[in-house]
Design a protein around this ligand. Sequence first.
Ligand SMILES: *Cc1c(COP(=O)(O)O)cnc(C)c1O
Length: 220
Amino acid sequence: MNIKNNLNNLRQNLSPACKLIAVSKTKPVEKIMEAYQEGHRLFGENKVQELVPKYEALPKDIEWHMIGHLQSNKVKHIASFISMIHSVDSVKLLEEINKQGQRSNRTISCLLQVHIAEEESKFGFSGDEIIQFIQSDGPAPLKNVKVCGLMGMATLTENGEQIRREFSGLKKLFDKLKSAALPNSVEMKELSIGMSGDYKIAIEEGSTMIRVGSAIFGGR
Ligand SMILES: *Cc1c(COP(=O)(O)O)cnc(C)c1O
């Protein structure tokens, strides 16, 4: 795997409206440094116990994105440095992020994870739950979090039409919320959809952040 070439090929095909989160989970710090040396600064991890030592070992101008399921009791380990948490899948978790943000004297950027896959999934809000939560001003008392948008994962399938349907459903929800009168604590700016296997479809459907691992660093 040539990390440099993979990264530069991906970047060349991205419009400035879409950010690339390089997903470095399971990969050693040396591999992350190869991407860093190409000027890359946005990295994503899915486990707190892996993210913290990488944060400690690597340059401090890296922006770390938490993309995996996050347990409430682990938020305290990342609250002081995390740039964005994509995988907020419950109100309870958002409340804990707020509490830890307050302790670190920070406002933590969060995306609400929406369950879009037609297959069963354990994590994420339904579209209706998101609408209800936002329209009832649920995030407003949480001064140390900023809801910046939505995140979703399509079904793991070869069926491109299904993936497109799932992404476009999320984009519709995103646009609907965006055009509604949003409370001040919410901004619909980022739509985090697309991984190595489906980022091209995600970009066509309006992604502003793709999360790509194996297409940069190789298989896991
Ligand atoms: C692992 C992971 C990715 C990246 O997956 P690839 O298929 O390697 O690009 C993206 N998003 C989440 C939530 C992940 O856990």
